[in-house]
Design a protein around this ligand. Structure first.
Ligand SMILES: Cc1ncc(COP(=O)(O)O)c(C=O)c1O
Length: 242
């Protein structure tokens, strides 16, 4: 007998995947389509990356590695955090996975207990509530307002905090709104979070380098390093550039 688990049955395909499938089908028909569905640049993978991947495969680097990433890659990520973000991480604090969606899934499975509340500022990337629910958590959606550039304020964050709240997912630059939290806005959120040490932060920074104006990326941990002293606070970062 085939049986699909209840969490999987309750999980519908993501809207962005469905839209990008439609866009691909229309392109295949020869229509001129610009798809904004998926967080993907409009240029091909740069040649030096393709060359490095080919070279590595030619050198036989096609085998299992340590589950948390090769020592070389983790050292490169450590250097990236230091040089680009001013953050010091030990290599034991760095875990590599095969993409942000997988690492977020792994993190939420590892940290969310049934009944835990997870604050997700809206508008949000479609997969956060689904993954939180699969992990047994309850999403608490806190709306950013148009007047505030679709970002959540410290007041809205604090108003949503309950005894059951365990996690806040922050995504700046944000998919889909493009909102980038300023250091001052993160400072205000950090001031609230410092009062609630039971609340962990998952900072999804994957669009750190995709900013189209003169706004500046910074992460909440860089703004308030002492937030890292909470038991588990996670940062999802793009691939290292060095
Ligand atoms: C905010 C955000 N986080 C994570 C992901 C997943 O990234 P990946 O393709 O590396 O799994 C996406 C993809 O659209 C995203 O927009």
């Amino acid at each position: 007998m085939n049986k699909i688990s209840s969490p999987m049955l309750a999980t519908k395909p993501s809207a962005s995947t469905a839209v990008s499938g439609c866009a691909r089908a229309l392109k295949a028909e020869g229509r001129d389509i610009i798809s904004l569905a998926i967080g993907e640049p409009d240029f091909d993978t740069p040649a030096h990356i393709i060359e490095a991947a080919n070279k590595a495969m030619g050198e036989g680097k096609t085998r299992y590695t340590n589950v948390d990433g090769t020592a070389e890659l983790k050292a490169a990520i450590q250097r990236k955090f230091k040089s680009e973000n001013g953050l010091d991480f030990a290599t034991e604090q760095i875990v590599v996975s095969t993409g942000a969606k997988q690492v977020i899934f792994n993190v939420l499975m590892a940290i969310v207990d049934p009944g835990d509340e997870v604050i997700i500022p809206a508008p949000y990337w479609v997969s956060y509530p689904k993954i939180s629910r699969i992990a047994g958590g309850t999403s608490v959606i806190v709306n950013g307002t148009a007047e505030n550039g679709f970002k959540v304020t410290a007041e809205a964050l604090e108003a949503a905090i309950t005894d059951k709240l365990r996690w806040l997912i922050l995504n700046s630059p944000c998919n889909p709104s493009g909102a980038v939290y300023t250091a001052d806005e993160l400072r205000a959120l950090a001031d609230v979070l410092l009062k609630y040490p039971q609340v962990g932060i998952l900072s999804d920074d994957i669009y750190e380098h995709i900013i189209f104006d003169d706004q500046k990326f910074t992460s909440i941990i860089a703004v308030e390093p002492s937030l890292r002293s909470a038991p588990l606070r996670s940062t999802v970062s793009p691939r290292p550039t060095a």
